[in-house]
Design a protein around this ligand. Sequence first.
Ligand SMILES: [Fe+2]
Length: 286
Amino acid sequence: MKITRRKFIKQTLASVAGILGFSAFGYSYARFFEPHMLTVQNYTIENEKITQNFHNLKILQFSDTHIGFHYNLSQLEELVETINEQKPGLILFTGDLVDEPHTYDFPPQLPKILQRLDAPLGKFWIYGNHDHGGYGTDKIREVMELAGFELLQNQHTVIRNGTESFTLVGIDDVMLGRPDIKKTLSRVGGNPFTILMVHEPDVASEYQHYPIDVQLSGHSHGGQVQLPFFGYLVTPPYAERFVEGYYHLNQGLHLYVSRGIGTTRLPYRFLCKPEISVFQLKMKES
Ligand SMILES: [Fe+2]
């Protein structure tokens, strides 16, 4: 097919305009729209060790708010409303509350907003690398304490409902804390249904050999940006193998990796919406 010079120039200009237009659209979408498109992911967890009193219990996980980096307190207020609307029995925060604790001014409203989160069986949290980083360890603990969250730092707690119970374990941050899974689990007696919180997901490869039923992690932000045919743009250390969603490991461990709420380093999300995850427990006939 013969193509005239004028037609060629016209077509080239049109393609350039198209690419520029798409990138401008893609940029605006990733910068201004998708980071605000909070989603609620609903799952069920079925296990023989889940007892009658916990059948249908809703456990809600949120992670990686990174407050202070393109995430403000009015967004946090909306998040708290959305979480409470799910009517969870238990609320779990899996780390990275503030992006840079050493530069953040910690307004007094911050713990007050988090305090509004409501769960009859309690609110628990673990440290992420950004919480320990920048001398945030004490400050973040103070905020979470005021907000009514209990810290699990190489500790476990027994969640009770009537005469029945299960175990919730929290491990210190893997990158900047002093995680000790062996010692922590040695204090858990019997063989209860056990949920573990640890910020970095990739330790599941090692942790699957311990008596844990479910591991909940964050840290990856789901890569934050996913490009078609390319995949995740950035996967941080300890979130390179397990990046988002559900994984069922060989030893029987179920791992869930949350894409989290906020962003870090770059204020973009693309094909990687922020999320809160709700897990409804179900009894399983053995
Ligand atoms: Fe994070």
